[in-house]
Design a protein around this ligand. Sequence first.
Ligand SMILES: CC(C)(COP(=O)(O)OP(=O)(O)OC[C@H]1O[C@@H](n2cnc3c(N)ncnc32)[C@H](O)[C@@H]1OP(=O)(O)O)[C@@H](O)C(=O)NCCC(=O)NCCS
Length: 167
Amino acid sequence: MKFLELKIRKATPKDAKSISYIWEVICAERIYTSVDKAFTAQQEREYISSLSEREGIFVAEVDNKIVGFQSLDLWSKVLNSFRQVGTIGTFILPELRGKGISYILANQTFDFARVNDYNKIVIYVRKGNERAIKFYQNLGFITKGELERQVNIEGILENELFMEKFL
Ligand SMILES: CC(C)(COP(=O)(O)OP(=O)(O)OC[C@H]1O[C@@H](n2cnc3c(N)ncnc32)[C@H](O)[C@@H]1OP(=O)(O)O)[C@@H](O)C(=O)NCCC(=O)NCCS
């Protein structure tokens, strides 16, 4: 597929419906995220509105349609001692995977994080999500440990890896 135009920009509450749709698709796949139930447009709107200036979601638009996003949150919303640590999540619609969009999103997110005084990103990934693990390794994330039977999706327990990357 050839893109007419790929645009990366920061999400606003108006993007909540499109982001909620992506959650629906990825939650229905069942194997990639520990988010069990898609966030509704209303929940997503409230979440985007609640983010601090140092946080955000970057959306990828292809031909004016949002096809993926990457979120950056503070590791802790309450403890100032963790202010240099962020966490991210990356989600691309199935038909647009394998085209490098997630890497372009990550460049944007990391630039934003550096400017906003983060020095490290920490993530959790389901152990069976080999594609995401490969993606994060390619970005320089190192696996620091494994949590056993951490995620419960429909009664099936799965381990999670935690990974970190210094910016
Ligand atoms: C993970 C994700 C964001 C990566 O985005 P993407 O732009 O599609 O990137 P790709 O998956 O094509 O590329 C990631 C790497 O995984 C590799 N890969 C693809 N399929 C793979 C598989 N089944 N097993 C292992 N590696 C795989 C690719 O070759 C690529 O490596 P390369 O760049 O060295 O070639 C995207 O696949 C996605 O949205 N997945 C579903 C949601 C998800 O898992 N999010 C992460 C939750 S923590």
